[in-house]
Design a protein around this ligand. Structure first.
Ligand code: FAD
Ligand code: NAD
Length: 468
């Protein structure tokens, strides 16, 4: 029987990063993945393919809507070849998952393909596709089995017309009318992809705003911009049935007055969140407790109820984000090596890759109000930047929330071109407990979108933004 210092179950961004860090720190490491490709949800059916389609559809939209203003004329019709677009996405995915194979090899990590299940706290059985099994012994295990799309009890996902993100990433035609249930990250990103490609898109959201966990000002601005893009929103709507009749999908919901609303489309994307995935893991055999919501229970060291077993990523509490899973993978590996790492969950940024991009870190205004913390706000509109005018990306703003007394930055919320990248400056500043004035005194290259961060910091410091 093969023996390991660490067995990692699941090869998503949590699992494969944990495995690399364990190997770097000198541990003999195995990784077990049930699918034939490594990389988990993120690389196969999540972050990477969705961003590939967002990029392709963005190019198309630029070609049909914006090139003309830049003086670029395209003789003849610009057309979408969806098959080719999806094939390019798949090529990006394949290249990326192959990259993980390379990294496993480079770090001398043994890769097992099959379903990992605990026999007890130190033995993991791998059930392979060919029906054979193998048991390995591991001093420690890291559960990184991730998540799957969740649905509503009355919805039957048929994977053809009533679909999750997984199917939405490989459609064979552009929907005529895509009804999106859930105005969260997946619904808005993939809704925008198909809107750009020519679909009518209607978002049905239970709460009174989209991206309801982010700062309300971001929800408001993104709704405004996406409405300009002709996406329809039915907010405060409680979906009560989704029915497929031939090639049609009929969604019924009650609006906030209790009136029934019927929306007919040809596809319905169900994007109401994801659930932790522990099927087939046989966690109980190892003494690993799962809570009432299906998450693996962990303490502050990410240790489960079994002393030598840890859990990370989407399968435990907290934001379901690739970079959160990665940080947790590193944390567990370093703890196993006797180090004392730390994660500040307040500084895990959240990004929505629509255009304009939305990005956030730290506390929202709603959270600060609820906690009774006195704060000041500095906001700067993207449209006031020379860089924004040059590229015609005028929507959005950067908002900095700073402590009223100490000026320490408590939260940064932004929407606009390239905010997914701009948020890193805010994370760095907050990691070093910068004040708004600190940011305002740093030189920002001109002309860049990053100047909006400096200007928002100036506005927060003493209401002294220079360019508004
Ligand atoms: P996963 O990536 O889910 O990996 C778990 C792996 O474990 C899977 O490969 C699974 O097959 C394997 N597994 C499960 N059980 C077993 C078992 N018993 N034996 C062997 N293997 C097993 N996050 C971002 O930060 N940025 C984004 O832009 C982003 N975009 C997304 C877009 C979409 C459409 C979706 C669906 C998600 C997106 N996410 C994004 C979320 C991100 O994908 C997840 O947070 C991340 O993948 C979680 O990583 P993980 O390692 O915990 O689990
Ligand atoms: P989400 O939690 O972001 O959004 C779900 C939305 O559905 C919420 O707005 C919620 O209010 C709404 N909702 C819930 N029940 C509903 C109902 N009955 N009727 C109508 N609306 C309802 O979940 P998601 O968009 O499915 O994404 C799943 C996870 O994947 C998220 O945790 C997210 O972090 C992750 N993800 C991240 C990214 C990114 O980082 N850019 C991209 C995609 C997915």
């Amino acid at each position: 029987m093969s023996q390991y210092d660490v067995a990692v179950i699941g090869s998503g961004p949590g699992g494969y990063v944990a495995a690399i860090r364990c190997a770097q720190l000198g541990m003999k490491t195995a990784i077990i993945e049930k699918y034939s490709t490594l990389g988990g949800t993120c690389l196969n059916v999540g972050c990477i393919p969705s961003k590939a389609l967002l990029d392709s559809s963005h190019h198309y939209e630029d070609a049909i809507k914006h090139f003309d203003a830049h003086g670029i004329e395209i003789p003849g019709e610009v057309k979408v070849n969806l098959e080719k677009m999806i094939a390019r996405k798949q090529a990006v995915v394949d290249q990326t998952t192959k990259g993980i194979e390379f990294l496993m090899d480079k770090n001398k990590i043994d890769v097992f393909q099959g379903i990992g299940s605990f026999e007890d706290a130190t033995h993991v059985k791998i059930s392979k596709n060919d029906g054979s099994t193998e048991v390995i012994e591991a001093k420690n295990s890291i559960i990184a089995t991730g998540s799957k799309p969740s649905t509503l009890p009355f919805i039957k996902i048929d994977k053809e017309r009533i679909i999750t993100s997984t199917e939405a990433l490989k459609l064979k035609e552009v929907p005529k009318h895509l009804v999106v249930i859930g105005g969260g990250v997946i619904g808005l990103e993939l809704g925008q992809v198909y809107k750009r490609l020519g679909a009518e898109v209607t978002v049905v959201e239970y709460m009174d705003r989209i991206i309801p966990t982010m700062d309300a000002s971001l929800s408001k601005e993104l709704t405004k911009v996406m409405k300009k893009q002709k996406v329809k929103f039915n907010l405060s709507h409680k979906v009560k049935s989704v029915e497929r009749v031939g090639d049609e999908v009929i969604v019924k919901a009650d609006d906030k007055k209790g009136q029934e609303v019927e929306i007919k489309g040809d596809y319905c994307l169900v994007s109401v969140g994801r659930r932790p995935y522990t099927d087939g893991l046989n966690a109980e055999a190892a003494g690993v407790k799962i809570d009432g919501r299906g998450k693996i229970e962990v303490d502050e060291h990410l240790r489960t109820s079994a002393a030598n077993i840890y859990a990370i990523g989407d399968v435990i509490r907290g934001a379901m984000l690739a970079h959160k899973a990665e940080e947790e993978g590193v944390l567990v590996a370093e703890q196993l090596a006797g180090q004392q790492p730390h994660i500040d969950y307040n500084l895990i940024p959240g990004v929505v890759y629509t255009w304009p991009e939305v990005a956030s870190v730290g506390k929202t205004e709603e959270e600060l109000k609820e906690a009774g913390i006195a704060y000041k706000t500095g906001q700067f509109p993207m449209r006031a930047l020379g860089r924004s005018r040059a590229s015609m990306d005028l929507d959005g703003f950067v908002k900095i929330l700073a402590d009223k007394e100490t000026d320490e930055v408590l939260g940064v919320h932004m929407i606009g071109a390239r905010c997914a990248d701009l948020i890193a400056e805010a994370v760095t500043a907050m990691e070093f407990r910068a004040s708004a004035e600190d940011i305002s005194r740093m030189s920002h290259a001109h002309p860049t979108f990053a100047e909006a961060v400096k200007e928002a910091a100036l506005a927060a410091t003493d209401d002294r933004a220079l360019h508004v």
